[in-house]
Design a protein around this ligand. Structure first.
Ligand code: GUN
Length: 291
């Protein structure tokens, strides 16, 4: 079998078009321009790339982008003061503090200082609680993008066996909540899981979110299963020349794509969906703020 490719890049483009239409109507009918503030502390190269991309796409859909780049040794008090200012700024409807933060800053404290109504990442403890109890909340962008692709591909997910590999607060745990909300039978597998291959082999849906390059081989996959690869890992690629690198997922694409029924590629799968969902969450936050 050769898996069908789930084209996240194309799907994300359709979401961005819808967001742009919504933004245009908010401007024309209500004189409101949604605004997204992104805060980056330090100079982590991967984070810089993400933040630049978020800012560019925010402007492309007609929203206002506010970028705050802070020095790597910014104090916690200064960062909290900035978040407080953004909480009170009526032009800012969404706030995202790029993670990871430098070690001297308390991530939980900073995330929980964001107004939950502006928490477009869905990381604030109130949003986590609302999601876990099935109430209206801000939903973390990466798992939301994965869910949208799964719903688009399958229609109903009800009754399917889903295995999420990875238990992070950013992806694994909210992904499991969302799949449960769609009536999947959900297992979270992680580094201490016994017989992980057997666990994954039971799944109709596999979401790999561990951050380890190509760790899921084809013989872990049930024939015909749908595989969502959240990993974005840069590895050496000597075959491309000295010092060259390439992006790979958490899934070994060559072997898994021979067994799975459908698979998201890396790049061009989950990555573009994450930013598209961030833009959609910002419009949602703007609409809720303006009744
Ligand atoms: N770092 C990696 N992924 C994310 C994300 O979705 N949001 C934020 N704020 N930081 C991240």
């Amino acid at each position: 079998m050769t898996a069908q490719i789930i084209d996240g890049k194309a799907f994300a483009a359709t979401i961005r078009d819808k967001v742009a239409g919504h933004v245009a109507r908010l401007k024309a009918d209500h004189g409101i321009t949604p605004g997204l503030a992104v805060v980056l502390v330090g100079e982590d190269p991967a984070s810089q790339v993400y933040v630049r991309s978020k800012g560019k796409q925010t402007v492309e859909v007609g929203m206002q982008s506010f970028e705050h780049k802070l020095d790597v040794d910014t104090s916690e008090a200064d960062l909290l003061a900035l978040v407080e200012r953004l909480n009170g700024d009526p032009a800012v409807h969404g706030i995202l503090v790029q993670l990871p933060l430098p070690k001297h800053l308390d991530e939980d404290l900073v995330i929980n200082s964001i107004d939950p109504a502006k928490d477009v990442d869905g990381f604030h403890i109130s949003n986590v609680g609302l999601l876990g109890t099935g109430q209206k909340s801000m939903v973390p962008c990466t798992p939301l993008g994965c869910l949208m692709m799964l719903r688009d591909f399958h229609g109903s997910l009800s009754g399917m066996d889903a295995v999420v590999i990875g238990r992070s607060n950013i992806v694994g745990k909210p992904m499991a909540q969302l799949l449960l909300g769609d009536s999947c039978t959900v297992t979270i597998a992680h580094s201490r899981t016994k017989d992980i291959a057997d666990v994954v082999r039971r799944a109709d849906i596999v979401v790999a979110a561990v951050g380890r390059p190509e760790m899921v081989p084809g013989d872990w996959i049930k024939p015909g299963a749908t595989v969502i690869d959240v990993g974005i890992n840069r590895i050496d690629a000597p075959e491309k020349g000295e010092g060259k690198t390439r992006l790979v997922g958490d899934v070994d694409f060559p072997s898994v794509s021979k067994v799975a029924g459908a698979i998201t590629p890396v790049p061009g799968g989950v990555g573009p969906m994450t930013i598209a969902c961030l833009l959609a969450n910002t419009v949602t936050a703007c609409c809720r703020a303006n009744g």
